[in-house]
Design a protein around this ligand. Sequence first.
Ligand code: CP
Length: 316
Amino acid sequence: MKKYININDVDNLDLIVQEALAIKKAPFSNNKLGTNKVLGMLFFNPSLRTRLSTQKAAINLGMDVMVINFKSDSWTLEFADGTIMNAGKSEHIKEAAQVISQYCDIIAIRAFALLESKEQDYAEEVLSGFEKYASVPIVNMESATAHPLQGLTDTITIKEYSKNPKPKVVLTWAPHLKPLPHAVSNSFINYASEVDCDFVLSCPEGYELDAALDRSITIMHNQEKAFEDADFVYAKSWASNIDYGKLTETDKDWQVTAKKMGLTNNGKFMHCLPVRRNVVVEDEVLDSEHSIVIQQANNRTYAAQVVLKRILENLE
Ligand code: CP
């Protein structure tokens, strides 16, 4: 593996999931692979799981880790070419990416969507800027449109907890206080559709994501109908796709409740976290034996570790 930007960097999803599950059983078996190698983690947005699980994965592989929070600790970056930098931005991505590449063997980046313009978000300015000017492999720790470490984690978790050779998996939109990016849902769609499962996207009209439309995923606007006989229910909120970046639907009836989970096939409840209790999902679901959100978060380490391992194995 030369980089990890999105699912296109995974040549065989089944094999990488199997390798991650083997790493979970023996997490220190490659603890010399990263000796004298440095992972640089660049954050343009907050994180709990991604930061700590990726750092833990790197430590398990024997790497050293450096972390910088761009919003509080560093210069503001300019990404456009040919700009006269006489306003607020202090440093150009051209210098920053080349400089960081001299300090780090792998660079991992988190930079969320701004949700101001679909064109701008889907251009992935920050991630693409680092890809263009860095001379070391780049790992996506959630960009404007993709969260592939989460997508891989979710696939590992479904593999681990599925009792059915072809489970029914439902990704459902859920209510929220503010519009959220498409990244997690896009990646879940991209990864789940590569797995042998009966996959359904359940969302209000106007929230059908391009990732689902492009892959001809079954889309149901009736959430309760979608939940029938589901083995996994994955809840997530995201901004409208038609009215991009806006939250036009606030119907509390989309909340995941114990009553709705009762329609499933004893289904497991998944969420990437953080989750707003009693907005996205009822306490009764989150605190039940059907919720696997904590186990899912644990798998973040093994998803990150298999990715870093494969990149380390390919470093020149
Ligand atoms: N799921 C996830 O990426 O969590 P954090 O935002 O806490 O990293």
